[in-house]
Design a protein around this ligand. Structure first.
Ligand SMILES: *[C@@H]1O[C@H](CO)[C@@H](O)[C@H](O)[C@H]1NC(C)=O
Ligand SMILES: *[C@@H]1O[C@H](CO)[C@@H](O)[C@H](O)[C@H]1NC(C)=O
Ligand SMILES: *[C@@H]1O[C@H](CO)[C@@H](O)[C@H](O)[C@H]1NC(C)=O
Ligand SMILES: *[C@@H]1O[C@H](CO)[C@@H](O)[C@H](O)[C@H]1NC(C)=O
Length: 372
């Protein structure tokens, strides 16, 4: 901000004009990232929570940090990182809670995502701290107010119109439902159909709120095949393959989401675009045909072993560390909940350039290029 304080309003206008003329060819596209641990880029490092990825070997393949953990819940880049890089980002949207996160916000955007959060406010309470989706959007309101201070209301409106808002949430709402009830602790479980409807109606409120705040380009990522993740398979003693009950609940939610996204596109017309990103079908296809995608293991997590308590950590010596697989590129799952970077690369590339069965009504590359 200091850089702008010495500029007169007319200078600032020129800076902004040059800035907007250069988009999109030479500057990266700003992305505002909301959601859970699939896209958290380090926010949970700054809060008190059991849901953290701040110790090795998390981040072991993340080149920008030299293999040190960044709070990402995988060995390398998240899907959101990979999409950003493919579109020319030189640096990733920083986590909102990091000091100085707003320094480059008009270039990169900001990441508000938080591990163990869901669409609903109460989701993830077993992990204690997390930034709920409601709170993530409140934080975005603060970012937006800062932008208005920095470049005025009109430029902010123009800037947000071009930015992409990606929301990856819903897995933890359904995981909470699949979790065994803990007497006196867990809240009462909802009927799965009621939960799906509640998730859709609440997510719709959030999307409309972001729209009111100026967001026009949305990527809404659906829920992946939770019945296939090592954690859920262990919970329900499914040794190979997937737990079908969980996947049916997820599919029901995703179908409702797809219909709702269509409705939002109709309601808001061509001045806004809402994409439904079908991560479920991509990940299911990769798990089913894992050999074809170059994987050797579709069942076990690379880190932390295949049985509870699934702790993935590195101690002072080999004996006090958890199991870590030899070849991380051979595994679909990094830990009991999250995909490896190798899997994220496949999902990201399909969402970027896939057809309407994967990203609808347009793919993510077209969304970034779409002129409003
Ligand atoms: C902002 O961008 C500069 C130059 O790319 C980089 O050195 C710096 O680390 C960035 N700051 C944040 C908080 O991301
Ligand atoms: C639903 O969304 C609104 C914000 O749009 C939020 O204030 C409210 O707490 C949410 N309800 C639940 C149950 O999460
Ligand atoms: C902002 O936009 C409005 C409507 O387009 C216009 O009337 C107003 O003069 C603009 N303000 C500035 C400071 O450019
Ligand atoms: C690790 O355990 C093995 C066998 O239990 C033992 O021989 C070895 O000395 C231990 N290494 C360290 C560094 O403690």
């Amino acid at each position: 901000m200091a850089m702008f304080e010495s500029l007169s309003p007319s200078h600032l206008l020129i800076v902004l004009m040059v800035f907007s003329l250069q988009l999109p060819s030479s500057l990266p596209y700003a992305t505002f990232v909301f959601g859970d641990s699939l896209v958290d880029a380090g926010n949970n490092d700054y809060i008190f929570t059991l849901s953290k990825a701040n110790s090795p070997p998390y981040g072991i393949d993340f080149a920008p940090s030299g293999g040190r953990p960044t709070g990402r819940f995988t060995n390398g880049r998240t899907i959101s990182d990979i999409i950003g890089q493919a579109l020319g980002d030189r640096s990733f949207p920083p986590p909102y809670l990091a000091p100085d996160a707003s320094a480059n916000m008009t270039l990169t955007g900001i990441n508000y995502a938080s591990g163990s959060s869901g669409i609903l406010d109460e989701t993830g309470s077993l992990f204690l701290g997390r930034v709920s989706l409601s709170q993530q959007i409140k934080y975005f309101e603060e970012t937006r107010a800062q932008m208005i201070e920095l470049m005025g209301e009109n430029a902010t409106i123009e800037f947000l119109k071009r930015a992409v808002f990606s929301i990856t949430a819903g897995s933890n709402d359904i995981l909470d439902l699949l979790e065994p009830s803990i007497p006196f602790l867990g809240r009462d479980k909802l009927n799965p159909f009621i939960l799906q409807d509640l998730m859709i109606s609440n997510l719709t409120l959030h999307l409309k709120h972001l729209h009111e705040l100026g967001a026009r380009k949305f990527v809404v990522v659906d829920v992946g095949p939770l019945g296939c993740i090592p954690y859920v398979r262990a919970l329900y003693l499914v040794l190979k393959g997937c737990y079908p009950v969980a996947n049916r609940i997820v599919k029901g939610y995703n179908m409702k989401l797809s219909r709702r996204i269509n409705k939002l596109n109709e309601e808001f017309g061509p001045e806004s675009v809402f994409i439904h990103a079908n991560s479920f079908d991509i990940v299911t296809e990769v798990i089913t045909n894992y050999h074809r995608y170059g994987f050797g293991n579709a069942n076990d997590p690379c880190c932390g072993g295949s049985f509870p308590p699934f702790l993935c950590f590195r101690g002072d010596d080999a004996n006090s560390s958890s199991v870590l697989c030899q070849d991380r590129s051979e595994y679909i799952f990094w830990d009991a909940f999250h995909p490896t970077e190798a899997t994220n690369v496949i999902v990201a590339n399909k969402l970027l350039d896939g057809d309407a069965s994967i990203a609808s009504p347009i793919n993510i590359r077209k969304l970034y290029e779409y002129e409003l």
